[in-house]
Design a protein around this ligand. Structure first.
Ligand code: FAD
Length: 462
């Protein structure tokens, strides 16, 4: 038996960041991870492998679509799927090994195996029991199931199976038009798969600013993705190596079906806390399966905390990381804090879509007086030069104070551009503050500034 200041269960972005910061603050830390590698869902089967495939297939698209236009002639590349998978695996390994290095550097003990919490202050892995002043549940999430749909990870797959398909399917049905479904759908569409997305709601990417979502759907449709919206999936049958997805259109109860080689079920994720023994311990849970915590990540059991996908809030790696950092500070006797009103969300399709703060719909619902500043990438010289002039920046600011309330971007580099707005919002900036900040020319970020200018006397290049 060993004794630690903190034992963190789960080495995803929440857990590993919490461990590193806690060690930097002088705590004696151990992390339990059941998987063979560190990094959690994000590094192993989530953010990182999906971005590798998005990058590879976006590059392929660039060659086919734009190289000739720039005078770059020659044979178009073909896809070696095995090599593309190997590239993805290399990217994942590089990152998971990086966390191993950081654990060694910060003298964090990696306890290998699946943990349970037999009693407050104790963590058990197999026959070993360790003690800790603080225990952190950072066990993440798993794909949600859908009634009538049995996942076999071969024909009917979750995102995990979709990342490692043995070959590129000719046809794919994606159930769920959320971020994961659209990113993976884009990957396969660029590889030549005929992709149809079936969504229960009447719009894609629920929660996204409606104007941006509409434009996003139009752009994806132009790229070849098909959409069936307002459709309730009834079930998926598999036969002879293919699948049939039956659905009912919600507006008139019409029944229809689609056949596909592969069905990707991307209807969301749910917290994963199986096997921890939380029920026996008397840990309070929320109705949707999350561990209940207070504003300082504490559960109802003294010395037991939870962060990341296992608790409420957006299921995003950077949200988990920020909670990990804040909790480490709290465990070290400092004041850790996460500003939940400034957490960006990004869809890594091409173009990217990024947002932070309130949507126009939310502001209307709140009855808040607001103004909108919009600027199209068509007016951005850099975007035009690289054939990425689709999309726009939409800035929302308070009508009276000019304070930035939200920003929504669809266009090149949106996932990076959003952060200047995050920083501005963190400092309580007005749209004019951003508009008066000199932005280098020619950059995509000029479009953000122009949208801020459009909240005032008007954009220059529109
Ligand atoms: P996780 O990353 O899920 O890590 C939890 C870890 O705990 C796991 O490794 C698990 O093995 C371990 N564990 C669980 N129970 C035990 C136990 N009892 N004992 C020991 N170990 C245990 N988010 C983004 O922000 N950007 C993206 O681009 C993005 N892309 C994604 C793409 C896909 C395909 C998927 C599936 C997710 C994506 N996400 C993305 C979401 C992101 O991966 C999660 O929000 C993030 O990983 C949550 O971090 P976490 O630390 O809470 O948990």
């Amino acid at each position: 038996m060993a004794s630690f200041d903190a034992i963190i269960i789960g080495a995803g972005p929440g857990g590993y960041v919490c461990a590193i910061r806690a060690a930097q603050l002088g705590l004696n830390v151990a992390v339990v991870e059941g998987r063979d590698t560190l990094g959690g869902t994000c590094l192993n089967i989530g953010c990182i492998p999906s971005k590798a495939l998005l990058h590879a297939t976006h590059s392929l698209h660039e060659v086919h679509e734009n190289f000739e236009k720039m005078g770059l002639m020659g044979g178009a590349p073909t896809v070696d799927w095995v090599k593309m998978q190997a590239y993805k695996t290399d990217v994942v390994n590089g990152n998971t090994k990086g966390i191993e290095f950081l654990f060694k550097k910060n003298k964090i003990t990696w306890l290998k195996g699946w943990a349970t919490i037999p009693a407050p202050g104790k963590v058990q892995i197999g026959d070993e029991v360790h003690e800790a002043k603080n225990i952190v549940i950072a066990t993440g999430s798993e794909p949600s199931s859908l009634p009538g749909v049995t996942v076999d990870e071969t024909i009917v797959v979750t995102s995990t199976g979709a990342l490692t398909l043995p070959s590129i399917p000719k046809t794919m049905v994606v159930i769920g038009a959320g971020v994961i479904g659209l990113e993976m759908g884009s990957v396969y569409a660029r590889l030549g798969t005929e992709v149809t997305v079936v969504e229960y709601l009447d719009a894609i990417t629920p929660g996204m600013d409606a104007e941006v979502a509409k434009s996003f759907q139009r752009i994806l449709t132009k790229q070849g993705l098909k959409f069936v919206l307002g459709a309730a999936v009834q079930g998926v049958e598999t036969k002879d190596g293919a699948a049939k997805v039956s659905y009912k259109l919600r507006k008139n109860d019409t029944e229809a079906s689609l056949e596909a080689e592969v069905v990707l079920v991307a209807t969301g994720r749910k917290p994963f806390v199986k096997g921890l023994g939380l029920e026996a311990l008397g840990v309070e849970m929320l109705p949707r399966g999350q561990v209940k915590t207070d504003a300082h990540f504490a559960t109802n059991i003294s010395g037991l905390y939870a962060i990341g996908d296992a608790i409420v809030g957006p299921m995003l790696a950077h949200k988990a990381e920020d909670e990990g950092m804040a909790l480490a500070e709290i465990m070290a006797g400092k004041a850790g804090h996460v500003n939940y009103s400034v957490i960006p969300g990004v869809v890594y399709t091409s173009p990217e879509v990024a947002s932070v703060g309130a949507t126009e719909e939310q502001l209307k619902e709140q009855g808040r007086a607001y103004k909108v500043g919009k600027f199209p990438f068509m007016g951005n010289a850099r975007a035009k030069a690289v054939f990425q002039a689709e999309g726009f920046v939409k800035m929302l600011a308070d009508a009276n104070t000019d304070r930035i309330l939200g920003c929504h971007i669809i266009g090149p580099g949106a996932g990076d551009l959003i952060h200047e707005v995050c920083v501005a919002m963190e400092f309580g900036a007005s749209a004019q503050d951003l508009a008066l900040t000199c932005h280098a020319h020619p950059t995509y970020s000029e479009a953000v500034r122009e949208a801020a200018l459009a909240c005032g006397d008007g954009a220059i290049h529109a």
